[in-house]
Design a protein. Structure first.
Ligand code: MIC
Ligand code: SF4
Length: 638
């Protein structure tokens, strides 16, 4: 067996481990972050279970940390008190980005983890089977429900040899994105193997599993080996280690080989993580902003590299250079060792340990700026500036640009590469986490005015619906429901946040859809790629969207649509996409009986018949008919 199958078989509750079939998995750990967590805990609360049933659940505050009004602070208080009540560890703002902190302090090889954030697979860096999911799926796991996925194909990514100087783990994942594209990973788990794996430290592995999310993959992981043991040891968590490696004759559903010595510094061009080219092919482009940080590249090693490279050097005067260490542990160690001094002295702006600019929480670049970021996503407008040109690269390439003021190959401009040693012992101060109350019944959950109660939906679609929007391929959840400092504070306020649905794509969408009784969105390939934010389903549902008809869907968004009662249909013939126009009224037979009886969903558009598909299990159809997962759970509890 391969590593993924070993972990799956230990956690299998139902279904058979055959690619394409639905399986239910027992979940050991959950994590949430504040931008998705408030909804997740409101949903958890609605299920009426007094204590979480997982081995470990952690609630992080890392996204909405700019407090330009009361909203985010209200959310933080709510998260702190609800965590104390229900048995969840609380990690307050300033502690760091959920994925970085979880890897350092809580991740355990061989365990299953789901998180209400799409980059939860970062845990695969230490051999966890970790999935991004909608908040409601995380709430379900906390009440002891299994997590349902379609059993993916398991693809072996054989890494051969060793990276050359100034080429890094980021270049490995950029290369995989170049080969596979943002939709190539759908229905797949990427398992990294081969002798090249032994040359990668845990933080490097975590950079890869983190950004493998951008492939659309179900998840990705590395084996848990001596390198994993060494990392956990240095974190003071040797007891968390178990060895999990593939059997010698392990079978896979496909194989990709990456020859590490032949890789060179790569960069993803605006506005997609898979628009990958060699740095040397775009060198010389003037740069306005450089950012090192995010859950992809903010480890102690990444920051130490920055400190070494920047020692006694100054940032180019035309560059705004921002650095956000991934966790309090990283920041504390940087300052204790004196390395932070080098970074500050170079002219960098030091941000708190949080998502920050990655999610548009500050540091929006200037108009038409070229911004080089060590992050994982560069969808148009995500930075907060619609016409900014955001490139994704390694810390090495980012540093070269910060010093020279232009895109440059680090091999040409940075001289000899410094060696960064893993510290003997990481600074492990777990007092920063707040343990839940032993008796939660006495804890009062504090809900400020920003926490708006959940909305009840029901299945009320009849025999027709109107096209409220038609969009193209690779629509991301950032298009559907933008993030950024202005909109994120309303994540706990559905009526308010829904007004921003598709705001940057079609500013009239929200008001148009609200006036239609039953609305349809028509999309292209890979609809809903990117984040796990269930608001990208909840807000359209609030605006009366009852169906999304697309050429294909991204996994987490598909699950979120079903969870909130929106029917996800795909075209039987993708060419039929051209037959539908904005404003068309589409007729079909009674939607409820179609689903109940498993009949074809045939749509009539202007006299033409369009065959559509819905590849849903009985459970998923019942969820839709119940008006969403929360209703379904309540019905099944009665
Ligand atoms: C992101 O990187 O897009 C986010 C913000 O972390 C999201 C979660 C969210 O929208 O709150 C994700 O990746 O799931
Ligand atoms: Fe935060 Fe960015 Fe990572 Fe999302 S991708 S969790 S916003 S750092």
């Amino acid at each position: 067996m391969n590593v993924a199958k070993k972990i799956i078989s230990k956690h299998l509750i139902s279904g058979s481990i055959e690619a394409g079939r639905e399986i239910a998995l027992k979940i050991d750990q959950t994590l949430t972050q504040d931008a998705t967590g408030t909804m997740a805990y409101l949903q958890y609360e609605a299920m009426g279970v007094p204590r979480v049933k997982t081995e470990l659940s952690v609630s992080y505050v890392d996204h909405n940390t700019l407090q330009s009004g009361f909203e985010n602070a209200d959310d933080h208080k709510f998260l702190q008190t609800i965590s104390a009540k229900y048995g969840i560890i609380f990690s307050p703002a300033g502690n760091g980005i959920c994925h970085q902190v979880h890897l350092e302090r809580f991740g355990v090889p061989g365990k299953t983890l789901i998180g209400s954030d799409s980059h939860t697979p970062t845990g695969g860096g230490i051999g966890m089977l970790a999935f991004g999911a909608g908040g409601l799926d995380v709430a379900c796991a906390m009440v002891g429900q299994p997590f349902y996925i379609t059993m993916p194909k398991i693809i072996k990514v054989r890494l051969v040899g060793k990276l050359r100087d100034w080429v890094s783990a980021k270049d490995i994942i950029l290369e995989l994105l170049r080969i596979e594209t943002v939709k190539g990973g759908r229905g797949k788990i990427y398992e990294f193997c081969g002798e090249g794996v032994k040359n990668l430290s845990v933080p490097e592995r975590a950079t890869i599993t983190n950004m493998a999310t951008e492939l659309g993959a179900t998840t990705s992981l590395f084996p848990s080996d001596e390198i994993t043991r060494d990392f956990l040891n240095r974190q003071g968590r040797a007891q968390a280690w178990t060895e999990i490696t593939p059997d010698e004759d392990a079978a896979y559903d496909g194989e990709i080989t990456i020859d590490l010595p032949s890789l060179e510094p790569l960069i993803a061009m605006p506005h997609m993580p898979d628009k990958v080219v060699k740095v040397k092919d775009v060198k010389g482009i003037k740069v306005d902003q450089v950012a090192i940080g995010s859950c992809t590249n903010s480890s102690f090693s990444d920051m130490m590299l920055a400190a070494e490279v920047l020692k006694n050097k100054k940032i180019n005067k035309n560059v705004s250079f921002v650095v956000s260490p991934g966790s309090k542990q990283v920041l504390a160690m940087l300052s204790k060792s004196g390395a932070l001094f080098n970074i500050i002295e170079s002219g960098a702006r030091i941000l708190e340990s949080a998502c920050g600019p990655c999610i548009g929480m500050g540091q929006a670049p200037k108009s038409k700026a070229v911004s080089l970021r060590t992050f994982n996503r560069n969808f148009e407008g995500r930075s907060g500036t619609k016409d900014a040109q955001v490139y994704l690269c390694s810390p090495e390439v980012a540093l070269a640009a910060a010093l020279t003021g232009e895109i440059a190959d680090p091999r040409d401009v940075l001289g000899g590469k410094p060696t960064i040693q893993m510290p003997e012992n990481f600074l492990a101060d777990d007092d920063q986490f707040q343990q839940p109350a032993a008796d939660g019944s006495k804890v009062e959950v504090i809900k400020g005015p920003n926490i708006v109660s959940l909305k009840q939906f029901s299945f009320d679609l009849k025999t027709d619906a109107t096209v409220a929007l038609k969009v193209g391929d690779n629509i991301s959840t950032d298009h559907i429901l933008p993030a950024g400092a202005k909109i994120l504070p309303f994540r706990s306020n559905l009526p308010k946040i829904s007004q921003f649905t598709y705001a940057a794509v079609d500013p009239d969408f929200a008001s148009r859809a609200k006036d239609i009784k039953d609305a349809i969105i028509v999309g292209g390939e890979n609809y809903g790629q990117g984040s796990s934010r269930e608001h990208a389903a909840l807000a359209p549902r609030f605006l009366n969207v009852k169906i999304v008809l697309a050429k294909s869907f991204a996994r987490i968004h598909l699950a979120n649509l079903i969870n909130f009662g929106i029917i996800p249909l795909t075209f039987d013939d993708p060419n039929d996409y051209d037959l539908i126009n904005l404003g068309d009224n589409l007729d079909f037979a009674d939607a409820a009986s179609i689903l109940k009886e498993g009949k074809d969903f045939i749509i009539e558009a202007g006299g033409k018949y369009i065959k559509t598909k819905y590849d849903l299990t009985r459970r998923q159809k019942d969820i839709l008919l119940a008006g969403g997962l929360l209703n379904w759970i309540k019905q099944n509890a009665d």
